[in-house]
Design a protein around this ligand. Structure first.
Ligand SMILES: O=C(O)COP(=O)(O)O
Ligand SMILES: [Mg+2]
Length: 227
């Protein structure tokens, strides 16, 4: 039997990244001469990649930015965020032990994030985690990205896995929609960046802590699809 592929979202799922994202976003906002955002704003700003985050933050502060302005602000964000990494970013409680358990069971691990791929890889490398993943794809890896189901399907393909034996784990509506679009079971975590309760997205299951994530859960979810 093909070994299962477990696909993780990055921001708000594997890693608690909001402090560093917010510091770099506020650096950009200061350049635009607008007031900084606060932590509670991040639940709405994160999830569609840095460009959308910058765009939304400017709208939030009543200073909409045009296309060419956004391109420059994005470069500024990438330079600041990339230079300060891994900063205060840390893995969420229990995730490293959970990855160990899945690996020990022979599962393939992958990352499917809307973050810019080079930033995602650099961040995971900085935390010594990149080598665990058979594939790391970002919001700019393909022409499409989450919530498009193909972002997940192509990540599974790059990891050498099978879409019939895969599970997507994420914190935002995009992750759960992408899983549903790809026809793979979904696990939602409630501790990431979502402005709505994750239950509203109808994930297959919700886990409150990574202590609940083990090979048994992944096998049960995959078996339920085959049934
Ligand atoms: O950086 C973002 O906005 C989104 O990243 P994520 O897909 O890993 O949550
Ligand atoms: Mg996320």
């Amino acid at each position: 039997m093909t070994s299962p592929t477990v696909i993780f979202d990055l921001d708000g799922t594997l890693l608690s990244t909001s402090a560093d994202l917010m510091a770099s976003l506020n650096h950009v906002l200061a350049h635009s001469g607008v007031a900084p955002v606060h932590y509670q704003d991040m639940t709405w700003l994160v999830g569609q990649g840095a460009r959308v985050m910058i765009e939304r933050a400017h709208v939030l502060r009543g200073h909409p930015a045009g296309e060419s302005e956004l391109a420059g602000l994005m470069d500024m964000f990438i330079a600041h965020y990339g230079a300060n990494m891994p900063g205060e970013t840390v893995p969420f409680p229990g995730i490293l032990a959970a990855l160990d358990r899945l690996e020990a069971d022979g599962m393939r691990l992958a990352v499917c994030t809307n973050k810019t791929e080079s930033l995602a890889v650099k961040l995971l490398e900085g935390l010594g985690m990149a080598g665990r993943f058979a594939a790391i794809t970002g919001g700019d890896t393909f022409a499409i990205r989450k919530p498009h189901g193909d972002h997940i399907l192509r990540t599974i393909e790059m990891a050498g896995g099978s879409p019939r034996h895969a599970v997507m784990i994420g914190d935002s509506v995009n992750d759960i929609l992408a899983g549903q679009n790809a026809n793979v079971p979904t696990i939602a975590v409630p501790f990431g960046y979502s402005d709505r309760p994750v239950e509203e997205f109808n994930p297959t299951v919700v886990i409150r802590h990574f202590d609940e994530l083990d090979a048994g859960l992944i096998h049960r979810l995959i078996a339920a699809v085959d049934a």
